[in-house]
Write a protein that binds this ligand. Structure first.
Ligand SMILES: [Mn+2]
Length: 264
C-alpha cells in the first residue's frame, strides 16, 4: 500500500503549526508535507521531525501573497529575480529538512500579459528551478489546480501540465497528481494513473466536490489507492483534505484501509 503523508496545511488545524508535526507522528504517519516552511523556525521543525521519526516529503516554492489570492508567480517576467531568490530559499530549506520534493505552483494568468511571454517566462523559470533541484538531488513538481476553485490558473489539467513538463525538458521535473483537482477538472483518475504513473512523483488526495476526507464524496479511493500499488507507485500519497470533523475522527477511513500502520 502507498505511504501516506499528512498535509499539515490542511490537517490538524486545531493545533499550531509546530504541534501539527507532533500530532502527525502520534497518529502513525511517517511523512509530512505542507505548502510553506518559510515563516517557521527550521531548527524547531527539524527537531520535531526527528523526534517523531518523520520524513519531510514535500513543500512548495514561495507562492507570493497567498492571502491576496496569489498561487505562484512563475510566469511573471517582472518577477524573475524574485522567483530565483525563492528557488534559492527553497533549496536551502530542502537541504536542511532533507526534503526530496519541491512543488511549483505556476500561478494565475497575469492580467494584460502576453500569453506567449508568460509561457516563455514560465518555461525559463522552471528550467532554472529544475537545474537547481537536480544539483541537490531534488525532484521538482508541477501541480495542476482546477479552475473552478482557482479561476485563471495557468495549468489546470493533467494534459497542460505534461505539455509544460515536456517543453521544459528536465528529467527531474515531474507531475504532482492531486486526485481532487483532477476530478474537478477532468475526472478519468484510474486511466490517467495507468497512462502517466511513470511521470507522477507525488499524489495527493481529497474527496470531491467538497475536498473533505475520502468517503465523503464521489471518488472511489478504495479502488484508486490499491491501484497505485498495482502500478508499482513507490512515492507518497499526501492527505490534502479539509477534515469534515476533527482531524483524528477524519482519519477513520485510513484505519480501515491500513490498520497496521496507523496507531489507534
Ligand atoms: Mn494539491
Amino acid at each position: 500500500m502507498p505511504r501516506y503523508s499528512a498535509n499539515l496545511s490542511f490537517l490538524f488545524g486545531e493545533l499550531t503549526f509546530l504541534e501539527r508535526i507532533d500530532a502527525a507522528a502520534q497518529s502513525g504517519f511517517r511523512g509530512v508535507e505542507y505548502a510553506s516552511p518559510y515563516e517557521h523556525d527550521l531548527a524547531e521543525i527539524t527537531r520535531r521531525l526527528r523526534a517523531g521519526g518523520l520524513e519531510q516529503v514535500l513543500f512548495n516554492l514561495p507562492m507570493g501573497d497567498a492571502a491576496a489570492g496569489e498561487r505562484g508567480y512563475a510566469s511573471d517576467p517582472s518577477r524573475i529575480d524574485e522567483f530565483r531568490r525563492g528557488v534559492g530559499a527553497a533549496l536551502a530549506i530542502a537541504r536542511e529538512l532533507n526534503c526530496a520534493r519541491i512543488n511549483c505552483l505556476t500561478g494565475i494568468a497575469v492580467a494584460g500579459l502576453d500569453p506567449a511571454l508568460a509561457r516563455e517566462t514560465l518555461v525559463r523559470n522552471l528550467h532554472y528551478a529544475a537545474r537547481g533541484c537536480a544539483e541537490a538531488g531534488i525532484t521538482l513538481l508541477v501541480e495542476p489546480l482546477n479552475r473552478i476553485d482557482t479561476p485563471g490558473f495557468l495549468i489546470g489539467t493533467t494534459a497542460e501540465a505534461l505539455a509544460l513538463i515536456d517543453e521544459v525538458g528536465a528529467p527531474n521535473l515531474k507531475l504532482q497528481y492531486d486526485c481532487y483537482h483532477a476530478q474537478r477538472s477532468e475526472g478519468n483518475i484510474l486511466a490517467t494513473l495507468h497512462a502517466q504513473i511513470g511521470r507522477i512523483a507525488h499524489v495527493q488526495i481529497a474527496d470531491s466536490p467538497k475536498r473533505n476526507e475520502p468517503g465523503t464524496g464521489e471518488l472511489a479511493y478504495e479502488r484508486i489507492l490499491p491501484e497505485l500499488d498495482a502500478l508499482g507507485y513507490e512515492g507518497w500519497v499526501g492527505l490534502e483534505y479539509k477534515p469534515s470533523r476533527s482531524t483524528l475522527d477524519s482519519l477513520s477511513w485510513l484505519d480501515a484501509l491500513r490498520p497496521h500502520e496507523v496507531a489507534s
